[in-house]
Design a protein around this ligand. Structure first.
Ligand code: PLP
Length: 362
């Protein structure tokens, strides 16, 4: 039985009529940029996250850059960011003028901790990017308490997750989302959003996304053309009411993997009190690429996402830390994402778990 790594289209099949109607509504309205669909989606997303405000932007990468700019990050500042993440988590920092300072992660949860962040903080640190990697929930409140610094949550992989203090996007000074099609909440193209409960930060983000202007007459600062468009917002509004059920399906699949996988496969470990809507179900094994090749032989997709962590990427050489990041090195070497989606069946999970057990490559 072939099992794809993810499946973004099957969960949308029952929504086809509603999606078509939403697209027609936008086409009929003749409004395509910053109209009623974006405004309504912003309200609905903010309510979902438990944040006061949400602002739609063009993608998850610019969401991070704009959130950091809103906090005042600029030349001479440092932004702490984990090296074990998607490249964009750190790539978003230099365009602000600040420099990324890489911190470690806990190799069992794959996310930052107050200790790993504190080790990277200096008097120049302006903000911290805490990535809710794979859908696990980083301890944002504990990090803010330990450092006294604002946290930007990179929640690109965490739509649908919950933590002990609430949902990602409602935990830090600001939260950022990506609606790239394969994410837990995906548009039909690129899209992103920034959440915050601070009205002044929300206003600043709104200004920055539209060329640094409040009134389209006077331009206060150099901003961005970074907007979520009406079509994408209308499509996302159809999906948002289903996010909780999709998250439940991901949790159920993860629980089935937890029960069925052989003992030698390290399960993803939720952080204290978290109930992740696993965007990726990532196991830890000693020979992940050999295991991935064995699974491929049986038609099962699996892959290592961040085998070379961000600080080892050529573009980040100038900011690579002098000391190693042992948790990052371990996570990078051992992780393997195996199939998960809101549509994965029990039979598929059993097939994958059985194939892993047969491979005996722990
Ligand atoms: C996808 C992703 C981003 C970037 O989002 P885009 O919308 O593709 O720009 C940033 N951070 C993480 C952790 C991601 O997974």
């Amino acid at each position: 039985m072939a099992v794809p790594l993810f499946d973004a289209s099957t969960p949308l099949a029952p929504l086809r009529g509603e999606l078509r109607a939403a697209i027609d509504r936008v086409v009929d309205s003749g409004r395509f940029i910053l109209g009623p669909e974006v405004a309504a989606f912003e309200e609905e997303l903010a309510a979902w996250c438990g944040a006061g405000h949400a602002v739609g932007v063009a993608n998850g990468t610019e969401a991070l850059t704009i959130a950091l700019r809103a906090l005042g990050a600029g030349p001479g500042d440092e932004v702490v960011v984990p090296s074990f993440s998607f490249y964009a988590s750190a790539e978003a920092v230099p365009p602000t003028g600040a420099r990324p300072v890489f911190c470690d992660v806990d190799p069992e949860t794959f996310v930052v901790t107050p200790e790993t962040v504190r080790a990277a903080v200096t008097p120049r640190t302006k903000a911290i990017v805490a990535v809710h990697l794979f859908g696990n929930v980083a301890p944002v409140r504990a990090i803010e308490a330990a450092t006294g610094l604002p946290v930007v949550e990179d929640a690109a992989q965490a739509a649908g997750s919950t933590g002990p203090d609430g949902r990602p996007g409602g935990l830090g000074a600001l939260g950022t989302f990506s609606f790239y099609p394969s994410k837990n909440l995906g548009a039909f193209g690129d899209g992103g959003a920034i959440t915050t409960s601070d009205a002044a930060l929300a206003e600043r983000v709104r200004t920055l996304r539209f060329h640094g202007s409040r009134d389209k007459v006077s331009y206060q600062e150099v901003g961005y053309n970074s907007r979520l468009d009406e079509l994408q917002a209308a499509i996302l509004r159809v999906q948002l009411p289903h996010l909780e059920a999709w998250a439940g399906a991901r949790r159920a699949a993860a629980a089935a993997y937890d029960a069925l996988l052989p003992e030698w496969a390290g399960r993803p470990v939720p952080t204290a009190g978290a109930s992740p809507a696993w965007h990726l179900y990532v196991i830890r094994v000693r020979a992940p690429d050999a295991l991935g090749a064995a699974l491929a032989g049986r038609g099962i997709e699996a892959r290592g996402y961040y085998r070379a962590p961000i600080h080892a990427q050529p573009a980040m050489a100038a900011w690579a830390p002098a000391d190693g990041l042992p948790g990052t090195a371990r996570a990078a070497a051992e992780h393997l994402a195996i199939p998960i989606s809101a549509a994965i069946t029990r039979e598929q999970v059993a097939e994958v778990a059985g194939a892993i057990a047969d491979a005996r490559l722990g």
